[in-house]
Design a protein around this ligand. Structure first.
Ligand SMILES: *Cc1c(COP(=O)(O)O)cnc(C)c1O
Length: 362
């Protein structure tokens, strides 16, 4: 069967070169070969995340570490900043972990602002908060620097930040932000196959985790730190992912991070232009649109054009491209198109032609 190229917001298209690295022969994860592999990529990961802390590799999708962060760092109560399907789910996961949790909900498509968080943290009830930088379900980015600046006022609150669909697409400096956990699954902007999560923790987070009695084993941050010092992981990692990540990081630095960030902005603009050309508006509040995907308004909010999203998706798929028909409660009334990973203006051109072709039939 012919491959349908992925322009859904994760997983995204994986290159031949990455798959080749992924298929490297197995080695032992306690042997020198694996340690050398991690030792090689550790400084690259630290540069990418803007940190002097060790960067950990978790063989799990992002939710493993998202849940793990709560188990390691929430002892009193967590403030879940909610603005879409993934961030809303984190509140549900906190309760499933038996944690005290409070929802700070804004309408889908709106960003979370520091002022609202400040008002809740001022109550003194919270020892942790969860924030999704780029809410993939709505294509909305919250101003992470503005929010992270609150850390100075609330040093004892653990700031847990999900950058699953933004890390590698724009600058995110963990140490400069001063937050406590930064994580990303690799099937989004890293353009790796699903199954690996990259994350890092502040010294304060590690100290706090060490006091959590029921933090478990598989996602124990203290174990991650201890093993990372030896260029290892607590349990057997996906060695294939480690090879693929090493290959990908070499690509990132060959291109240059600044060029990579600019490329994402550029490819994202192509879809914004396409949407405007056909009379659509975007779903996110103006000024907070994602640069790794576009969530196109298709009736969820007043204004702009409305088409049969399922039919649009079907027509584009017939041309060899998979776009997303909307997520959760905005399925159909929005649709989403990803530009994250390896996409360039040249690689986006056939997709845009297919989208234009489909619009002519709607
Ligand atoms: C995709 C995504 C997740 C969930 O990742 P899984 O790989 O399914 O665990 C979490 N947060 C954001 C922002 C995402 O885009």
């Amino acid at each position: 069967m012919a491959h349908v190229k992925l322009h859904i917001p994760g997983p995204v298209e994986v290159s031949e070169q990455t798959f080749k690295a992924f298929c490297s022969p197995m080695i032992g994860h306690r042997g020198q070969g694996y340690k050398d592999l991690v030792a090689k990529i550790q400084p690259q990961l630290q540069t990418l995340l803007g940190t002097k802390q060790l960067v950990y590799l978790s063989t799990s999708s992002a939710w493993g570490v998202m849940e793990g962060a709560l188990r390691n760092l929430t002892q009193k109560k967590v403030l879940n900043c909610m603005k879409g399907a993934f961030s809303d789910k984190w509140f549900d996961v906190a309760k499933r972990c038996g944690k005290e949790a409070e929802a700070l909900q804004v309408p889908w498509g709106s960003p979370i602002r520091a002022e609202a968080i400040d008002a809740r943290l001022a109550t003194g009830q919270f020892d942790s908060l969860t924030l999704i930088h780029n809410e993939t379900s709505t294509g909305t980015m919250s101003p992470v620097a503005e929010i992270a600046a609150l850390k100075a006022k609330y040093p004892d609150v653990m700031f847990i930040v999900d950058a699953v669909s933004s890390m590698t697409a724009l600058p995110l400096s963990f140490d400069a932000l001063g937050i406590d956990v930064l994580l990303a699954g690799t099937q989004k902007a890293f353009a790796l196959p699903p199954g690996l999560t990259v994350f890092t923790c502040s010294p304060a987070a590690l100290a706090k985790a060490a006091t959590a009695k029921d933090r478990g084993y598989y996602f124990d941050f203290v174990e991650f730190e201890k093993n990372a010092k030896e260029n290892m992981t607590p349990s057997t990692p996906s060695i294939s992912h480690t090879y693929a990540l090493a290959s990908k990081l070499d690509e990132f630095f060959a291109e240059g991070l600044t060029a990579r960030y600019a490329r994402h902005t550029q490819t994202n603009q192509l879809i914004r232009d396409w949407a405007a050309k056909h009379g659509f508006t975007l779903f996110p509040e103006a000024g907070f649109e994602s640069i790794t995907l576009n969530c196109v308004n298709n009736g969820a909010k007043p204004g702009g054009r409305i088409v049969d999203a399922a039919k649009l998706q079907k027509l584009v798929k017939e041309q060899g491209f998979l776009i997303d028909g909307g997520y959760g409660k905005i399925k159909g009334t929005t649709f989403r198109i990803s530009n994250m990973g390896d996409e360039t203006p040249a690689s986006m051109a056939p997709l845009i032609a297919a989208l234009d072709g489909a619009m002519a039939k709607l």
